[in-house]
Design a protein around this ligand. Sequence first.
Ligand code: SF4
Length: 398
Amino acid sequence: MNTRLLRPARQGLQSLPPLSLYVHLPWCMRKCPYCDFNSHELRSGMLDVDTERHYLEALRADLEAALPLVWGRSVQTVFIGGGTPSLFSPDGIDALLSMLRTLLRQAPQAEVTMEANPGTFEAARFKAYAQAGVTRLSVGVQSFDDAMLTAIGRVHDSAQARAALQVAATSFETFNIDLMYALPGQSLAMLESDLRAALEFAPPHLSVYHLTLEPNTLFAKYPPQVPDDDSAAAMQERIEELTALAGFEHYEVSAYARAGHRARHNLNYWEFGDYLGIGAGSHSKLSFHDRILRQARYRHPQRYIERALGAGAVEDERQLHAADLPFEFMLNALRLIDGVPTGLYAERTGDSLMSISRRLADAASRGLLDPDPLRIRPSALGLRFLNDLQTIFLEETP
Ligand code: SF4
């Protein structure tokens, strides 16, 4: 028998964290060779009306079954991610958001983000998404260089990206541009040109991700020639310089925002808040006064639809054990450039800060954490070697 399962989860939470809702829409026109998300290529390239309708029915059943877990709580942010959510029709997104408003209590001024690809539809759709209640559009541009877009297998080109951003900038309360760097054959000058092109649209938020070759992707099987570590580090430095000059705060490893435009949904993840995930392959983390629960839903869209409309969409459910809490918390919180207030650890985990004091001291003595008694904050070195820093909290207390 596993004795870890017999130990109490933790001391208990005094109050529950903010709650977010994640909705996964799992289809894409084409699978990108670097993508390890739960995304499924549409053979026809388009989402047919019946599939869209069945999936929306499944989401409703999934949410109805999950409601007792979040009873009485308000949702602070909604994130519709994928896959490519913009493959769903404006009527479909309107029906989805109406269903969420009917079944869940949403906080006034709730942030409602939707991911969109610039290659999948015309500008008219953006406006309709905004009218349906999307407040924040996150546009997956990745690069403004057509050769780079081809190299990473994207279906859109830079002209489509520019046209899409012009509409995004005028249709939503706020918007984000996703870029990637360290792309196959990319030089520092090319990265700089991409960044300058993005900044011309005055985005309130920028996410700039390092291309990584994830297992189980086409790029892992047939690795392209990508910039070496030193070149990638120089690119990261340039991104930080140019975004700072343009008035952005670098607040998370890959995220840059103008004042008042930090991504509230993602911040809730990084601050170890709660989220209910509905849709194929989505994950939930839900707190109760005596435990924290993690759930995962069936990944394949068809299987998910059948299960959500039948015996239930949850494939895996487990309670977080006290021994898991330090790593789970730090995996998120240490991504934040300013870290988190020290008290947040106990507030969100129900565990005492004393229980990790030796590991905090160890990280500080190695120069990976700033020695600030009021915050748990990675140092510049800690951000550079984030995996090493996070791993300190993976170790079992002797
Ligand atoms: S569009 Fe996004 S989710 Fe879809 S395959 Fe490409 S990277 Fe993955």
